[in-house]
Design a protein around this ligand. Structure first.
Ligand code: ATP
Length: 323
């Protein structure tokens, strides 16, 4: 990727095209070095999703990275359109892996993942990725300015024909508004060249939390009907974390959302919580239903968090009558 974008003038010319929305989405994705091992079928289906999102279903999904260790061993659950589902469970249970399969960075070895009833393997990757806003735990920034890194979210939007949405012209105000929404604007103003500061491998190093906030700003601009949020494990400072949580909650309202959560206090209001353990769905239900399972995995995780550092935050988020 670095070598692709190395001449600075190439960045600026690409950037101008981003801002005028004339850039080809596919070309942009290539430039941003998305994995290309997964290929579209000869005549893929173009996914069309309304603003309210789409049903996402996982059916008996099996997956192994190396062909030896089974990371997912038969996962089935649904995310109904417009609802919020949280994935929780012990570290290494396969939560992030599921989000990668939905985004089709890899294909499941057995079973299927469907969006709007169509297997993701039959969809064009371009339309699938246009419909989903992914805020990963450890996002990689493009070797370009902060402005570019936020703005390209906007050109990843497609219309119902799979073309970059026409007439959508990004302005600097849009970029700044998205950065404010992601609670990163003030921080950007402290950087040497503000929005023009180069980031990525050869630019200024940003913290994990800052990178994630850039990814959130990009997603705000992309405005996708389906959201996949992989909550950062490394704690951000509490003030920013609260801001981001509020923003993410607003963002996921009325959309289909899958949130991978490490702090249970942030997902108690989800329509459904799916507990993943050792590559299997151990339990699923609402917060209060899961707490009612004696000796349950979720009940145990909850108790641990109450005891732990986050005890006070978790306890205060406990809905009345949920014990
Ligand atoms: P955490 O809560 O710590 O983020 P998780 O539930 O999201 O964990 P995954 O990241 O999906 O779990 O990982 C599941 C298993 O797959 C782990 O054993 C992990 O070591 C392994 N794994 C994850 N990514 C890869 C990879 N790229 N190559 C090989 N193994 C991987």
């Amino acid at each position: 990727f670095a070598s692709l974008l190395s001449p600075l003038n190439q960045i600026s010319s690409l950037y101008r095209r981003v801002m005028s929305n004339a850039v080809d989405t596919e070309q942009l994705i290539e430039l941003l070095n998305e994995k290309k091992e997964i290929q579209d079928k000869p005549h893929p289906v173009e996914l069309v999703v309304g603003p309210e999102g789409a049903d996402v279903s996982f059916r008996d999904v099996h997956f192994s990275y190396d062909g030896k260790v089974d990371v997912l061993r038969g996962i089935s659950f649904d995310v109904p359109a417009g609802q919020s589902v949280a994935l929780v469970g012990p570290s290494g249970g396969g939560k992030s892996t599921l989000s990668r399969l939905l985004f089709r960075m890899y294909d499941a070895q057995q079973g299927s993942i469907c969006v709007s009833g169509t297997d993701v393997r039959d969809l064009s990757q371009r339309s699938l990725r246009a419909a989903i806003g992914l805020v990963p735990q450890d996002c990689v920034l493009a070797n370009a300015s902060i402005r570019f890194n936020i703005a390209y979210g906007g050109v990843l939007r497609l219309d119902e024909h799979g073309n970059a949405r026409p007439g959508m012209e990004l302005t600097m105000e849009d970029v700044v508004e998205a950065a404010k929404g992601a609670a990163i604007h003030d921080k950007i103003l402290t950087f040497p060249d503000q929005y023009e500061t180069l980031v990525g491998e050869r630019g200024m190093r940003l913290s994990g939390g800052e990178k994630q906030r850039i990814a959130i700003a990009r997603t705000l601009l992309k405005d996708p009907p389906i959201l996949v949020l992989d909550e950062a494990t490394s704690a951000l400072d509490t003030h920013n974390e609260r801001l981001i949580q509020t923003r993410l909650r607003e963002l996921s309202k009325g959309r289909t959302s899958l949130t991978i959560a490490h702090r249970l206090s942030t997902i108690v209001d989800s329509d459904k919580i799916v507990v993943l353990k050792d590559g299997l769905v151990a339990e699923q239900g609402s917060h209060s239903e899961l707490l009612a399972i004696p000796g349950g995995v979720y009940a145990e995780l909850w108790a641990k968090q109450i005891e732990g550092q986050e005890g006070s935050a978790a306890a205060s988020a406990l809905p009345s009558g949920a014990t």
